[in-house]
Write a new protein. Structure first.
Ligand code: ZN
Length: 174
């Protein structure tokens, strides 16, 4: 494919991000942090276990964008043994992805998010999650899609002990 005149890279780049976090009750019963997904706090008795705030959607968004650009993944860019990221607000990772896009001169064509999670039910929160992602990326909400799926009660995800997220993003040279 011909490169855009404004960049030495290809005109389009596709990326996939994946993340999984265990879900546990809040301390002292478990190590779960407050349940927050796509930057939206959701009332739920269990929450993600993680070094940062455990927001799997925002982590997968970062990895999809970084992956499309061939940049280091979130674990390399923000090591989980670095105390600076203990309990970190994951919106900072998306801000870093926006900086990567600007530096590499790419813009988001669209972004498709799939959350696999037995509970809580995400449908009442879907609109807010889409608007949150779009707002953090500085793009129109019509460019962001989010699907919630269950795991049919099987395996750790189906038993509510974990959730996973897939994100696919398409970038165009800007
Ligand atoms: Zn994560």
């Amino acid at each position: 494919m011909a490169a855009s005149p404004s960049t030495t890279g290809p005109a389009f780049r596709v990326g996939h991000g994946y993340d999984l976090h265990r879900l546990e009750p809040a301390p002292p019963a478990g190590r779960g942090r407050p349940f927050i997904l796509a930057g939206v706090p959701i009332d739920h008795p269990a929450g993600p276990v993680g070094h940062s705030d455990g927001d799997a959607v925002l982590h997968a968004v970062y990895d999809a964008i970084a992956g499309a650009l061939g940049e280091p993944d979130i674990g390399q860019a923000f090591p989980d043994n670095d105390p600076r990221y203990d309990g970190a607000d994951s919106r900072m990772f998306v801000a870093a992805a926006v900086e990567l896009l600007a530096r590499r001169r790419y813009a988001i064509v669209n972004l498709d998010v799939t959350v696999v999670c037995e509970r809580p039910k995400l449908s009442p929160h879907k609109r807010r999650m889409i608007e949150s992602i779009a707002g953090l990326l500085g793009i129109d909400a019509s460019l962001v899609n989010l699907k919630g799926k269950t795991h049919e009660k099987v395996d750790a995800i189906g038993e509510g002990r974990a959730l996973e997220v897939h994100v696919v993003v398409l970038l165009a040279a800007s």
